[in-house]
Design a protein around this ligand. Sequence first.
Ligand SMILES: C[S@@+](CC[C@H](N)C(=O)[O-])C[C@H]1O[C@@H](n2cnc3c(N)ncnc32)[C@H](O)[C@@H]1O
Length: 249
Amino acid sequence: MLPPPLEALHPPPPPVPSPLFLSLHARLARLQHAYEFGALPPLPSLPDPDDSDLLAALEDCDRVAEAMAAVKLRLHDVRLLLNAEWRSVLHGAPRVFGGASLRVSESLIPGAGLGLFARAAVPAGATCCCMYGDVHSLSSHRSAPGTGAYAILLPLAAPPKRAPPLPAQGGDAILDCEGVPAFARVKARFANDPRSAADTNCRFVPELEYLRARLVASRDIRAGEEVYVDYGEAYWARHEGGGPNTLRN
Ligand SMILES: C[S@@+](CC[C@H](N)C(=O)[O-])C[C@H]1O[C@@H](n2cnc3c(N)ncnc32)[C@H](O)[C@@H]1O
């Protein structure tokens, strides 16, 4: 018997952020400001004591380049702390990776490595499975040590006013499953990009409050078909096709 559709497992609204999450969120915002403007954040937001070494260096013209490189690394490290804290806040919420009705096998795209195939028909609008990972901003992802092969760029809608802080809110976010504890179980990472709109049969729908994106059928998918999703041009500007570890730069 097929598992229940993932919609039936939809979790409750995201939990309330913990005090640690809130303080990491504020710290990240100060680092992000410093990274984007190459300057100290405006008063009254004082640098976090843990980052005062970096932020003080930004005041010294001779040390700005060095400080910016260090800020970029720190942004990544604080992002991972934020993701880990949010994972513990989410503890108990269903993670819903799904994928029991999908199988992983050699892709039909020559040289693309493994791919994802539907075991049974999937109707348009149904969720095939979930991509699960760490949420990054474009800048915090620049220092990620992985290949970036399993990182997807997700445009986000602006949040409602006075929404509580979440791992990502508005603008562009990156969801990267490389390095997360559940990596081996995330089948969504095997979906390839056919690089043709006509062949694409799925799209990612962000649910970053759960550190995930749903892989949703954009048309009816027949049993046995390979599942394809458009990664976007930004992905292919950085990667060559042909296996998961073919980083261009
Ligand atoms: C998210 S992974 C998909 C799973 C991957 N095929 C594997 O075996 O792990 C993305 C990588 O798959 C490969 N890929 C995806 N679509 C491709 C295509 N149209 N042509 C060639 N390689 C592709 C590229 O190496 C890309 O970096």
